[in-house]
Design a protein. Sequence first.
Length: 198
Amino acid sequence: LGLLMSFSMKYYDKVIVTNNYEYTLAKEKYSLKDIHIVPNGISEENYKKLVSIKHEENSDFTVTYIGNLGLAQNIMTLIRAAEELSDIEFIIIGDGIEANTLKKYVDTHSLKNITFTGKLAWDELSSYYKKSSMLYAQLDQKFVSAMPSKLYEYTTIALPIVYGGVGEAKLFIDKLENAICIEPNNKDLLVQTIKEIR
């Protein structure tokens, strides 16, 4: 892919990227001049729906993850944190290549405080946001240029956010008042952070 990119870039009149990391890469590596940053986000319609969510008074502290269950997300970090926090509820919404491995671990270790919903339609998420106390996301260190679009959605919910990651997403999270960025794949730090938020 790298060779193909190097070859084809010189034929583009204009390049659009989603963040500063990609902008710098396109400018320095490919010597492109006409580059524009157009960040990801959410639609105005979805934004209005999300900001109108009324949170339920819930006696159970609930951590919610919504997204892909893949290698890059390494949701096993969250599950191993949940193993140490048996008095906290964890909801994992989504699907992916790691889903069966994660479910098998939860079953084998009889972890009763973790619920998998599978993949849900977007309109079904509001009921889970309502009963959440904290939102979680993570990307491995290798994905320094990535900005998970889920974070834009999370920021409209008015709940604490914990993000395990680096790079562009960390820069975004660091600007927010109700969000914490921690080292990814660090179970002990995640446990400590969840306890502090609770």
